[in-house]
Design a protein around this ligand. Structure first.
Ligand SMILES: [Zn+2]
Length: 346
């Protein structure tokens, strides 16, 4: 097969940033995705109805009025989030989820959460108002390190799923065998996003015989067995696993300084062609559309009637070279060749 067409995918976890960077990256996401769940970890964070409205307008302006791209909006859950603010946020049609970050463990998470139990009234309000809880699955605190942070967080995930049986929860950008197994074991209210880069990288690609800052993200890529479990989850046809790129652009300076290198990989320009290569290699191209579209729609089922015909994307087998830099940002696979090109179907 050297070309095929699918529904234009949804990216259920993306960082579009703000200011000049938003203007650079939003058109790229809009080109490849019909909808995307936009993360709220700006400075200051997106947390109120006004913040959401303003940011949504900025994204629509940056992505281009003719693109047809529709952002799905999120708000950031902070230790002082007022449970009463949730009802108001839920009234906004395009607000579909709240995101909880562990304190200090990823980009702009210094204001994040240490005690998830203390937020039970916020989670109860989200359950009542049918909002999705998106979780970065690493446990904060100084007593645990590395992979154990994710292991420990899975206990919190199980606790939340048990305590709030009608709350839809997404464990974001999973990286371990244990995360796959736990999500499979939990009820259908719990799902997970899988990135393209975690299907390709292992820990050695980040800091093996050489250091590669452009492969550094949070949570970091793990062992080959973890990567293989993620691939199996992605190609399994199980609706609990759908695509979220976690495309997280940083300026070149932020990724190349000796200390304090930023965590995050800019994958938006290459994620879909890479996924096609992975699914093709595993004889699972017939399951790609479910992974990048159907399962996200089924889990999130955002409000509002569908308008017009849903757009489609065509993949054409045709080698191209990924640019070394896009607007001051080094993309994933910079300078390397990919074997599939993406075209919009008019
Ligand atoms: Zn992220």
């Amino acid at each position: 097969m050297d070309q095929f067409t699918i529904q234009k995918p949804w990216d259920m976890h993306v960082h579009l940033r703000d200011g000049e960077m938003l203007k650079t990256v939003a058109p790229i996401t809009a080109r490849y995705f019909a909808r995307a769940l936009v993360m709220p970890n700006l400075t200051p964070p997106i947390r109120t109805n006004d913040d959401v409205s303003r940011y949504q307008q900025e994204i629509l302006a940056a992505s281009g009025p003719g693109s047809g791209f529709k952002p799905l909006m999120t708000f950031k859950i902070l230790p002082d989030t007022d449970p009463h603010s949730i009802a108001e946020l839920a009234q906004m049609k395009d607000v579909v989820a709240g995101k909880a970050y562990p304190k200090g463990l990823t980009h702009n998470a210094e204001d994040g959460i240490e005690d998830y139990f203390a937020l039970r009234d916020v989670f109860a309000a989200m359950e009542k108002h049918n909002l999705v809880l998106c979780l970065h699955g690493e446990m904060p605190g100084t007593h645990i390190r590395g992979r154990d942070r994710e292991r420990a967080f899975l206990r919190t995930l199980c606790f939340l799923a048990r305590t709030f049986p009608n709350l839809r929860i997404v464990l974001e950008h999973i990286t371990t065998v244990e995360a796959v197994e736990t999500v499979l074991r939990l009820p259908d209210t719990v799902a997970a996003t899988v990135t393209a880069h975690h299907l390709l990288l292992t820990h050695d690609d980040v800091g093996g015989d050489r250091m590669c800052p452009n492969h550094y993200c949070k949570p970091v890529a793990k062992d080959p067995a973890d990567r293989d479990a993620l691939i199996q989850a992605a190609i399994s046809g199980c609706p609990k696993f759908f695509f979220g790129s976690d495309s997280a652009p940083h300026p070149r300076e932020g990724k190349t300084r000796l200390y304090d290198c930023c965590a995050g990989i800019f994958t938006a320009p290459v994620a879909l062609p890479l996924l096609v290569e992975i699914f093709e290699r595993h004889h699972a191209l017939d399951r790609l559309e479910s992974f990048v579209y159907d399962f996200a729609v089924q889990f999130y089922h955002p409000r509002g009637p569908a308008t017009g015909f849903p757009p489609k994307l065509r993949f054409v087998k045709d080698q191209w070279t990924v640019p070394e830099e896009i607007g001051g940002i080094v993309p994933f696979y910079a300078g390397q060749e990919l074997s599939w090109r993406v075209e919009e179907v008019k």
